[in-house]
Design a protein around this ligand. Structure first.
Ligand code: MTE
Ligand code: MO
Length: 380
């Protein structure tokens, strides 16, 4: 059993798949934890068994392709001592977060994530830019020497493949991009489920590129050939089916669209008509470092809106990697028997969320960011 050595997990996780292990924290626990998601509650998205890595024997292999191709190896101690250490607070969100809203329209191929395939924590590591420069990449203009992508390969594998993906080189070396080779998560060595001992952390970019248990970093002319870069994590229109989908025509998802969700109250719960107000709380997050500038909430299914109070993240408008938590008080409607809560967020590019999941439905159920809805009963 390749999964026999997987680590122990939080007993309250909502498990979407046991092997490979995939689980999300219950919304009320994600919310109670606040801005920083603790390591044991952090959602887990594994495609393969968790590798058992000896930190003393660990080596990161950095390959630079092209003229004068080379491979440089770094021990954990090399990474920690040769380069300045950097801390970055960022959300990581799976492309399949909130997939259940799409599944409710029409079945899709993919795990049934609710709104918990996202977490936010502080990572400590070294800049990928610094390590690439040390390994011989011209980090001020990688394309001029034929480096267009930076590929990542994990130590997790089955008989035929490892997990892998890539990001554009410009993103990898952006001095304001904060892309890390991380070795600590919330001040502790990264737990086994989240990539011990080293993982790529690519702020503002979909979870799938944040490769765990990092084995190789390859500076290359080519995108990663890995299944999860080429044949998965891509969007299609809602009329495309598995027979007509041409994966070579869709770019790999990198930055994610603006998204938000209500974490409390829970869908289907009750309030009394004698209560004046209901407090609604949730998160919002945008891709590419764009800040969340507004979250609109409605108590009548989207007829009328008020703006929620945003908890400040103190990050620059175009370098906001963390999620934004928000809160709003909405009056309980009298004599209607129900309260239809909705939230939608707006980012620094004034992008917002689509009203319905139908027009953005796709075969893999990715990029699910329609208005999030929660229904409450108003009791006499
Ligand atoms: N890295 C490796 N090596 N193997 C994986 O299965 N899953 C990816 C990414 N990195 C994965 C990986 C996906 S799809 C997501 S959403 C995130 O890791 C999840 O990170 P987490 O489990 O720490 O929450
Ligand atoms: Mo993911």
């Amino acid at each position: 059993d390749p999964y026999a050595k997987d680590p122990a997990r939080h007993p309250f996780f909502i498990v979407n798949n046991p092997r490979p292990f995939n689980a999300e924290p219950p919304p009320e626990l994600l919310l109670d934890a606040g801005f920083i998601t603790p390591n044991d509650l952090y959602y887990v998205r594994n495609h393969l068994p968790v590798p058992d890595v000896d930190p003393d024997k660990y080596r990161l292999h950095v390959e630079v392709e092209g003229k004068g191709a080379r491979c440089v190896q770094y021990s954990l101690a090399d990474l920690k001592t040769k380069f300045p250490q950097v801390k970055v607070v960022t959300a990581i969100q799976c492309a399949g977060n909130r997939r259940e809203d799409m599944t409710n329209v029409k079945p899709v191929k993919g795990l049934g994530w609710s709104c918990g395939a996202i977490s936010n924590s502080e990572w400590t590591g070294v800049l990928l830019r610094d390590v690439l420069e040390h390994a011989g990449v011209n980090v001020n203009d990688p394309e001029s020497s034929g480096i267009e992508h930076v590929q990542f390969e994990g130590l997790d594998r089955d008989l035929t493949t490892c997990y892998g993906s890539s990001i554009p080189a410009g993103m990898a070396v952006d001095p304001k991009g904060d892309v890390l080779l991380a070795f600590e998560m919330n001040g502790e060595p990264i737990p086994r489920d989240h990539g011990f001992p080293v993982r790529a952390v690519v702020p503002g970019v979909v979870g799938a590129r944040n490769v765990k248990w990092l084995d190789k970093v390859i500076a290359s002319k080519e995108e990663s050939k890995n299944h999860w870069q080429q044949k998965d994590y891509k969007g299609f229109n809602s009329s495309t089916d598995w027979d007509t989908a041409d994966f070579s025509k869709s770019p790999a998802i990198q930055q994610l669209p603006i998204n938000s969700a209500i974490l409390s109250p829970a869908d289907g719960s009750s309030v009394s008509q004698y209560d004046d107000e209901v407090t609604v709380k949730g998160y919002a997050v945008a891709g590419g470092g764009r800040a969340v500038v507004r979250v609109d909430v409605s108590a009548d299914g989207g007829e009328t809106w008020t703006s929620a109070e945003l908890k400040p993240t103190s990050q620059p408008l175009y370098r906001t990697w963390a999620w934004t938590l928000w809160e709003a008080s909405l009056p309980v409607p009298k004599g209607k028997g129900e309260m239809k809560l909705v939230c939608k967020a707006v980012d620094a590019g004034y992008n917002s969320q689509p009203e319905r999941p139908e027009p953005i439905w796709n075969i893999r159920g990715v990029l699910s960011n329609s208005w999030h809805r929660v229904g409450l009963k108003v009791e006499d």
